[in-house]
Design a protein around this ligand. Structure first.
Ligand SMILES: C[S@@+](CC[C@H](N)C(=O)[O-])C[C@H]1O[C@@H](n2cnc3c(N)ncnc32)[C@H](O)[C@@H]1O
Length: 211
């Protein structure tokens, strides 16, 4: 994975941003100690960005694609209004078990509903509109998720898509996932029903606002 930003600057940005709760710090440490592919965890800096976006948009209904060990869901739950909800899709039972164990310990965990199974099938059953969607799983299907999600976003709602630079591989796609993410970015850029900004945070985060 290429480093988009000098690690020292990355760490400086992290130190000068919102600091995650003790439970989230514990969750990140647990994920690195016990789970496979721990680098998938959203972590402190991107977590601060998610928190900020939930607060700025005033989101109440959130959809997440990719729960993993629950870091991003819990981060967003911490700043959702009391009656806010997050539906989070996950396919892997072991990941969901870890997430559940932390969600149960959080005073904000009751806002999170986990839906097990392939997210494309789960989302097909969900009724919108959502205020905010965090897309962070199953990169090969990003275009299919986009087609499903945009109609279920409210007008003015925000789709946040992670890993859109895919370690820089979008510049010279060779493998299936590289092509899928490059195709997603092209699709978003050509869609006049949305306005997007691709941020070079971590592995690339696109903010896509439905007009
Ligand atoms: C990048 S991780 C999500 C990270 C998480 N948002 C966080 O903050 O820690 C992607 C997760 O999506 C799950 N996943 C992969 N394919 C899926 C699918 N088709 N449907 C639902 N979940 C899927 C994986 O098991 C993994 O836990």
């Amino acid at each position: 994975m290429i480093q988009l930003i000098d690690p020292a600057l990355d760490s400086y940005a992290e130190k000068h941003s919102y600091q995650p709760s003790a439970l989230l710090q514990e969750l990140e440490a647990y994920t690195y100690a016990h789970c496979s592919s721990p680098q998938m965890v959203t972590g402190s800096l991107q977590g601060s960005l998610l928190r900020m976006l939930v607060q700025l948009t005033g989101a109440r209904r959130i959809l997440e694609v990719g729960l993993f060990t629950g870091y991003s869901a819990l981060t967003m739950a911490e700043v959702l209004p009391e009656d806010g909800t997050i539906v989070s899709c996950e396919i892997d039972a072991a990941n969901a078990d870890v997430a559940r164990s932390f969600i149960e310990r959080s005073p904000f965990g009751k806002k999170i509903a986990i839906r097990m199974g392939p997210a494309l099938e789960t989302i097909a059953e969900l009724v919108g509109p959502f205020d905010l969607v965090f897309l962070d799983a199953d990169k090969e299907n990003y275009c299919s998720y986009y087609d499903q999600i945009v109609p279920k976003l409210r007008s003015g709602g925000l789709l946040i898509a992670d890993n859109v630079l895919w370690s820089g591989r979008v510049l010279r796609p060779t493998e299936e996932t590289d092509h899928a993410i490059a195709a997603f970015n092209a699709k978003v850029a050509q869609d006049s029903t949305v306005e997007a900004v691709l941020l070079t945070v971590r592995d690339g985060v696109s903010l896509i606002r439905k007009r």
